[in-house]
Design a protein around this ligand. Structure first.
Ligand SMILES: Nc1nc2c(ncn2[C@@H]2O[C@H](COP(=O)(O)OP(=O)(O)OP(=O)(O)O)[C@@H](O)[C@H]2O)c(=O)[nH]1
Ligand SMILES: [Mg+2]
Length: 444
């Protein structure tokens, strides 16, 4: 794709700085650059130029760089103007550039063009935004790995595997439903299994990458007075939430951001779960359930002295088992020799006992991001696509086990392939592209 419009934007952040950069990309970029400088510009060289206004006055002077397409970030002719970093001077320069034939770029439009021109794939384009926005060194390094294509490579390997498998099935299973060769049959089973396993591996890695990008969300849940707000305060290290011995103290969802063992964590304290008559409390409980549903981990607190009640059981039944950690609080109130559940975790939110172990349990499925050099940054969108791809491969496996026709399996695998392609953008709707690039900053 080669756009016919030439775009321009100030690429440095607003405000005052030593240098401000204006980027121009598109078929008229060179023309715009030479008209602005009133002098020729060599490609690939750094040249000192005056930037001239329509009336012949010098607006500013600085460096001008010309990248001839396709050897540029966007794949098009690009001009980069490094002027002084004042908002007024940059505005005047941008205005002049637009008079000379460029138009203002939309957010992310340079990266979008880089993607559409095949300079980078979609996961790499997203990694640019993630690198810019990264909130920790580990996230920044992981974003760089994605930008360099480590994640995309893994996706491509999987796509090839699915394509091979599809071709193999189409060749082995005759669509006229002839008898299947036993050897082929076993091979298909094995290859489906391998494919699912590789998908699972990449899914696990992407989950790590997403956690690093978005942080881990943890919801504290339990009956009123279980000690949720006390635990939030202990973890946060200050009195974030009101604690009283009145049941139903917390109504609004309280959010605290913290770093636990190098992992960014968002902890929510929520209203105690019970059948509330008071409409304010009832709304708090509705919100608590909404938090629980979207949390990566639910820490369910039970008053150790009271033990698990029927009300607890009813709630626990509704909680997602794989994401829930059952924790007994107020262990300080237990007699030394009282019977304890040997498999459960005991803490005292008030005294801080057992908190280290709890943090360990919250972060246990996360790798040490600062040490692990394999982690790449991923987004929820990628994780969802990988899940759908895995579902499709599982469906193919199920069809295979039932002895269904090859057409069904081939269709499932086609779906898996499509999901994987969506990650790197080989297959994407304009709508999705619009949503992704609109979140970028202007000038990127
Ligand atoms: N002894 C003891 N008391 C605790 C502990 N944790 C909380 N409490 C007490 O239990 C009562 C309720 O604590 P909260 O933290 O407000 O409980 P909650 O789960 O947030 O309650 P709601 O907001 O009403 O749902 C308070 O009186 C706390 O001081 C603990 O570890 N040990
Ligand atoms: Mg509370």
């Amino acid at each position: 794709m080669f756009a016919d419009e030439t775009i321009a934007a100030i690429a440095t952040p607003p405000g005052i700085g030593g240098i401000g950069v204006i980027r121009v990309s598109g078929p008229a970029a060179y023309q715009v650059g030479t008209s602005l400088c009133q002098k020729a510009i060599d490609a690939g060289a750094i040249q000192f130029r005056r930037f001239i206004a329509a009336d012949g006055d010098t607006l500013d002077h600085g460096l001008c760089l010309y990248f001839r397409g396709p050897h540029s970030f966007t794949g098009e002719d690009c001009i980069e103007i490094q002027a002084h970093g004042g908002p007024v001077v940059l505005d005047m320069l941008l205005e002049r550039v637009c008079e000379l034939g460029a138009r203002l770029a939309r957010a992310g439009e340079f990266s979008e063009r880089a993607f559409l021109n095949g300079r980078i794939d979609l996961a790499q384009a997203e990694a640019i935004a993630d690198l810019i926005e990264s909130g920790s060194r580990a996230a920044s390094r992981a974003a760089m790995r994605s930008l360099e294509g480590r994640f995309s490579e893994r996706v491509h390997v999987l796509v090839d595997e699915v394509i091979d498998l599809r071709a193999f099935i189409e060749a082995a299973l005759d669509f006229a439903e002839e008898e299947i060769d036993f050897l082929d049959n076993r091979q298909i089973g094995e290859r489906l299994d391998n494919c699912r396993q590789h998908l699972d591996e990449l899914l696990a890695m992407s989950e790590q990458g997403r956690t690093l990008r978005e942080g881990l969300s943890v919801s504290l849940a339990g009956l009123p007075n279980a000690g949720k707000s006390s635990l939030l305060n202990t973890l946060a290290g200050y009195d974030a939430a009101i604690v009283t011995d009145i049941e139903g103290t917390t109504r609004d969802v309280l959010r605290e951001h913290m770093s636990l063992k190098g992992i960014p964590v968002r902890i929510n304290d929520t209203a105690g779960l019970r059948d509330a008559q008071n409409p304010v409390e009832a709304e708090g409980i509705r919100r608590a359930w909404a938090e629980i549903e979207s949390a990566d981990i639910v820490v369910y607190l039970v008053d150790a002295q009271r033990g698990i009640s029927n009300a607890d059981r009813e709630i626990l039944h509704k909680l997602p088992a794989d994401r829930t950690r059952l924790v007994y609080n107020k262990a300080d109130l237990l007699e030394e020799d009282s019977a304890r559940n040997p498999d459960a975790m005991y803490i005292s939110a008030r005294d801080g006992d057992g908190i280290e172990e709890l943090i360990e349990a919250i972060t246990d499925h996360s790798v040490d991001f600062n040490q692990d050099h394999q982690v790449f940054l991923a987004r929820r969108r990628h994780v969802d696509a990988l899940r759908l791809a895995r579902d499709a491969v599982l469906a193919a496996g199920a069809s295979f086990a039932e002895g269904a026709g090859g057409e069904l399996m081939a269709e499932d695998l086609r779906q898996a392939q499509q999901q994987l392609n969506e990650i790197t953008g080989e297959f994407t709707s304009d709508d999705l592209l619009g949503r992704i690039f609109a979140r970028f900053c202007i000038g990127k």
